[in-house]
Design a protein around this ligand. Structure first.
Ligand SMILES: [Zn+2]
Ligand SMILES: [Zn+2]
Length: 97
């Protein structure tokens, strides 16, 4: 008889551990940012941020390319800043074709 009760309490202990882990998992899901990027796994707390990320960042190569050195930039103003190097440097690339 004592063996049975001991066995039972062991099982209860395991059930408790499992329940505790499940609870923690649920809590993590609840607390974590709800919007997950399906491509890279980044999470965002607002859907608009995820949408922007997908549209502009994730899996999308930088769209703005420097005509001189072919470097690419994600943002137009970064390209503009970069191109100043060419415009004001003595060592300019020739812009052809
Ligand atoms: Zn992503
Ligand atoms: Zn350049």
């Amino acid at each position: 008889m004592p063996e049975v009760s001991c066995d039972l309490s062991d099982r209860l202990f395991i059930v408790n551990v499992i329940l505790h882990e499940l609870w923690n998992m649920l809590k993590d899901l609840e607390d974590g940012p709800p919007f997950l990027c399906p491509k890279c796994g980044r999470t965002y707390s607002h859907k608009c941020n995820l949408t922007r990320h997908l549209r502009l960042e994730c899996g999308v190569g930088p769209r703005f390319q420097c005509a001189w050195c072919k470097k690419r930039f994600k943002h137009r103003h970064h390209l503009r800043d970069h191109q100043r190097i060419h415009l004001y440097s003595n060592c300019t690339f020739e812009l052809r074709n």
